[in-house]
Design a protein around this ligand. Sequence first.
Ligand SMILES: [Zn+2]
Length: 217
Amino acid sequence: MHCAEAKRPLIKFDHCKMSIYSFGVPQRCPLCQQDVGSARLEEAPISISSPLTNGHRETCSFLLRPTQGTFLREYDGQADLHVGITSTTGVVYHYTALGVQRDRAGWEQSLSVPLVQPGLFALMDQWDKYLEDFSAAGAWLPHRYEEDHHNCYSYALTFVNCVLSIEGKAQLDKSEFTEKYVLPRTRLASKYITLHRAVEEHGFYAIDWPHPETSRP
Ligand SMILES: [Zn+2]
């Protein structure tokens, strides 16, 4: 299950002058086998929050997910990403060769970028109507789809630009959109996924403290 997979809490604690990542706090340090239960407060484990969220719980957002498979299992940092826009009720609108799709499932492991600033209630009130009207435009008929030039990104970017113009903000071109909405999230996801897979494979993952002499007060 994607949900269960994404929800295993990844934590970090310090022992043996290392930062150790694992799923939950083990009783014994995997490096020295000593009890870690008596750690001092400043060594208390911290949880590493996942950048992956259930897209069907994100309202008025831009979503990214791998075209094939899931982030945690299959994503290699290079693979194609598919994108969509959520309604206020967690329906994900996205454009494919079959036209605009409205998904109620399948985006449980997504990266999400909120598109509406908090407090813009007038925009949120109209959101589902905007999204539905926008999706009904002839530009998004199935036969207009082109894999490289008129695809899920064109659909999402054009919609984001409609929202920006309603908010009185400047439009984004494709590279600004990628720079602002896509790359920061995929970089974060790649780091988290690497860590998650290492812990999954070895049970833990340990790295040296960045500055051993000065890292602890
Ligand atoms: Zn240890």
